[in-house]
Design a protein. Sequence first.
Length: 500
Amino acid sequence: MTKIVNHWIGGKTVEGASGTHGPVTNPATGEVTTKVAFASVDEVDAAVAAAKEAFATWGQSSLAQRTSILFAFRALLDAHRDDIAELITAEHGKVHSDALGEVARGLEIVDLACGISVQLKGELSTQVASRVDVSSIRQPLGVVAGITPFNFPAMVPMWMFPIAIACGNTFVLKPSEKDPSASVRIAELLAEAGLPDGVFNVVHGDKVAVDRLLEHPDVRAVSFVGSTPIARYIHATASANGKRVQALGGAKNHMLVLPDADLDAAADAAVSAAYGSAGERCMAISAVVAVGSTGDELVEKIRERAEKIKIGPGDDPASEMGPLITKVHRDKVASYVEGAAAEGCEVVLDGTGHTVDGFEDGHWIGISLLDKVPTTAKAYQDEIFGPVLCVLRAETYEEALDLINASPFGNGTAIFTRDGGAARRFQLEVEAGMVGVNVPIPVPVGYHSFGGWKDSLFGDHHIYGNDGTHFYTRGKVVTTRWPDPADAPAGVDLGFPRNH
């Protein structure tokens, strides 16, 4: 019997009523193992209504109550991290160690939310005028929504909702329909931790559900992570409907390798950053820019390492890389490699013919490495979101920097060098939101915010960290004057001396 994933509304499972379902496959076998209910407009409205009702009390609850529930949730999440990782592997395909790492990164943001009281402290200025004080406070928005991608079905929602609900908001999550089970399991753990009904809701679906959240008058803010075209659409549509928006888009992350770099360390970093999670992550390094004479040696070192990667089912402990999420995505990724030579690329490794014995119907693709890639090639211009690494050549640091800054994306970047002066110049001159110095994937820790520049971010706020707290709250300034008790009208004695 095929498993069915339903919605979570008002603290309980709600069976889909639209009659529309989407298939969820096991990427390692190609088998449809699950059906997920797609929400109608009415079902989205029901989730928003439940969240709005819950906000009436949750928004007024104490910080102590909110954080105590989050502490309990954190303990449950930690205890069930293996279970959630298994759900991720079964529906996304990533290897178990990658799935566990995803849960661990989500836990980091839950930790931040547990200590949210520090970020929510207000400010007070006394005696700005005679007997006048001014204070600044932050208050929750109300109902907020999160629309999240397939590549991190547990981590990216946890970049959003822990901070949102810790700040006093209620939350409606629309996860990817390709791997929906982790989000429902998280909802169950939140309920077990004592979160009141309606504070966290999950609706599954497609564009119908997304568009309703973007236009719903009771949704105050929308967080999104996904591709650039959809991020642009989310930002434009939600903003036109008067909502606060943070929409994180796609990437083409460059790694600059200078001639003085440790090439073994750079090759190790390039392989892990390009091919980890099968390249299905927005912080993957997909373009290496080799400066000067480093190119040939670096490419050979990358090739030697890449050829040793063990590809197989995510639940096999020996596997280091799993399949891609769907056959359609697998074929799209392969098309970039298949057309690379005609566009002037040197194909060093071609993984398009890779299969795994016993799992022939899985969404498999091997490691691909393209060298001497021109900037006009589609493999360079597009976000491939798969295990394809492009190597470009530049004669000087300045030429390499200009190449990187010419990209429409500005998510993350990295430089590999032993020269502190060069690294300092790069971190100031490169046009990207996150920079690594001898660190290939510079994802910030939870108390710093994550986000890119240019076409990698639409909206003013990055995600989590201080930006997350500011996004999910709005400021209010209160100016106060109280009469001195000693000036009370005659006949009223408050016990204060009158000789002031």
